[in-house]
Design a protein around this ligand. Structure first.
Ligand code: ADP
Ligand code: GLC
Length: 495
């Protein structure tokens, strides 16, 4: 099959979170299964230095906000990406440094609506093979609100490729005022509650959900959760509708085993696997992680457990719960904590304060560091992921692969990937981590204390580590599930 994979971020070119990890690895998994894939994304300012531009492929015009916008498409290659990249270049909209969605002040770019509408329109032109590229995809795989207009606009085309819209997070609805809808000259009949209007605004997320052939989200549990108001932010109706049509499915994300693999991770000090040298290597990696903070040598050498956290500092990730319980846990145990993250200023401040209050016990890095993220996975003993909701979550799978026991809330992909260390599961040899069922500070605290207690039972701990490390979270199985969906649609269309 020919698959056009449209995304707003892809590792290693540009990344704010898990969407980039998925976009950097699922297309390669499609390729390995003998499909032809092109990865299309906006040419942001920081991308140019990460790619080798092969050549300019084409240029054309699409409609922006009451104006025509000149689009150029470049073919590029990047180290670590097996898939050919097509960069959609509109300097005026995308050639800005840093975070793709936010200005340096941390606010959404004022013109995000036009930026991603133009990107989506460019993807549609490519998908329809109208811009001289001589390549007609069978499927367009779109991701999150930034590409939500692609499946919608393709419904207006008589002979078009199939579309799939993947929801990575319902919390980002891609909402814009009616004035944007008008200036983009979208079809007026879409402006209804049954269309892409959403309580007085337009929603690009809703456009993708409503008008694609298939909708999926990134874990089976989240696919069920989002049909309820608690997780759907007002879109439960349209999601239930797609579910009733049999068009909403959950496919668990995979992980890139070339990048997140303790056997060959080039960011970590000592390589290891579930069989060989795991215990000694993790000890070395723990010291290497702690050395980042320039701690006294006796602190670095200390055998006390290290609990890690890496993630966006937003309410989704349950960081407020951690802040509520950490004082008690520090008082009652000898645990140490390492936090790597950036996001809301209040959480960044609270974590920095903690580091001051508990020197040598709480280590904090505010910012984005790919290297530290890998070092935490390899060097920590446990990984905290108390997310209130988690469409899939990749870090808990990385943790499992690295023998770093995850402590998670029972939700979304966390529920689908971690097996709770109950006595029964430990006995049966299926336990891989720790799970709590109520997103409260009380539940988190008791689970964390339980995990720290179990850490002292070395044999049991090592057994759990080993079980987690032997689970295969690679992309093969999930990529096949995506391809099966595409084949189903193809068959239906031929009937
Ligand atoms: P989400 O996409 O909701 O942020 P995921 O668990 O799916 O959550 O993916 C997060 C990805 O982003 C992981 O690869 C994680 O290591 C990375 N990440 C998040 N914050 C940081 C950070 N501050 N520094 C380095 N990597 C980070
Ligand atoms: C989103 C979700 C996360 C998921 C990632 C990749 O950012 O928050 O749970 O793993 O997308 O699908």
């Amino acid at each position: 099959m020919k698959i056009l994979f449209a995304t707003s971020e892809a590792h290693p070119l540009i990344k704010t979170g898990g969407l980039a990890d998925v976009s950097g690895s699922l297309p390669s998994a499609y390729t390995k299964l003998k499909n032809h894939v092109k990865l299309v994304l906006p040419a942001y300012g920081d991308i140019w230095e990460k790619v080798t531009v092969v050549r300019e492929l084409t240029d054309f015009m699409v409609g922006g906000c009451n104006r025509d916008v000149h689009v150029r498409v470049f073919k590029a290659k990047a180290e670590g990406l097996q898939t050919p990249v097509w960069l959609v270049d509109v300097p005026d909209l995308f050639n800005r440094p840093g975070n793709p969605y936010l200005s340096p002040e941390g606010d959404d770019w004022w013109d995000n609506g036009e930026r991603y509408a133009v990107f989506s329109k460019a993807v549609v032109e490519i998908a329809m093979n109208r811009v001289g590229l001589d390549w007609q995809p069978d499927v367009v795989h779109t991701n999150d609100w930034q590409t939500g207009l692609v499946p919608a606009l393709l419904t207006l085309e008589p002979k078009r490729p199939q579309t799939l819209f993947t929801i990575h997070n319902m919390a980002y609805a891609g909402l814009f005022p009616k004035s944007l809808f008008e200036s983009l000259q979208l079809p007026w009949h879409w402006w209804t509650p049954e269309g892409i209007e959403f309580y007085g605004n337009m929603s690009m997320l809703k456009a993708g959900i409503l008008m694609s052939d298939w909708v999926n989200t990134v874990s089976p549990t989240y696919a069920k959760e989002i049909c309820f108001p608690e997780y759907a932010y007002g879109m439960e109706g349209v999601l239930q509708q797609r579910q009733d049509e049999g068009r909403l499915v959950g496919i668990l994300n995979g992980i890139d085993q070339d990048v997140w693999n303790p056997k060959k991770d080039h960011y970590i000090r000592r390589h290891y696997d579930s069989e060989k040298g795991r215990v000694a290597a993790k000890k070395e990696n723990k010291k290497d992680l702690l050395r980042f903070w320039d701690l006294p040598e006796e602190v670095i050498e200390s055998p006390t457990p290290v609990v890690g956290f890496v993630g966006r500092l937003v309410p989704q990730k349950g960081i407020d719960l951690v802040l509520e319980v950490i004082h008690d846990v520090l008082e009652q145990t000898d645990a140490r904590f390492v936090f790597v993250g950036s996001g809301s200023a209040n959480y960044e401040y609270a974590l920095s304060e903690l580091a001051h209050q508990y020197p040598n016990r709480v280590m904090v890095y505010i910012g984005y560091s790919e290297a530290l993220a890998h070092k935490v996975e390899a060097g920590a003993d446990m990984f905290l992921m108390p997310s209130r909701f988690e469409p899939c979550g990749l870090n808990q799978m990385y943790s499992l692969a690295y023998g770093t026991l995850p402590i998670v809330h029972h939700t979304g992909g966390l529920a689908d990937t971690v097996v709770n260390a109950t006595e029964e599961n430990i006995k049966e040899g299926t336990a891989t981590g720790f799970m709590f069922y109520d997103p409260s500070s009380h539940a988190l605290k008791s689970t964390l204390l339980h995990a720290l207690f179990l850490y002292t039972k070395t044999r049991t701990w090592q057994k759990i580590q080993k079980t987690g490390m032997s689970v295969d979270f690679g992309w093969k199985k999930s990529a096949k599930q995506y391809l099966d969906l595409f084949k189903k649609t193809d068959k239906k269309n031929k009937e």
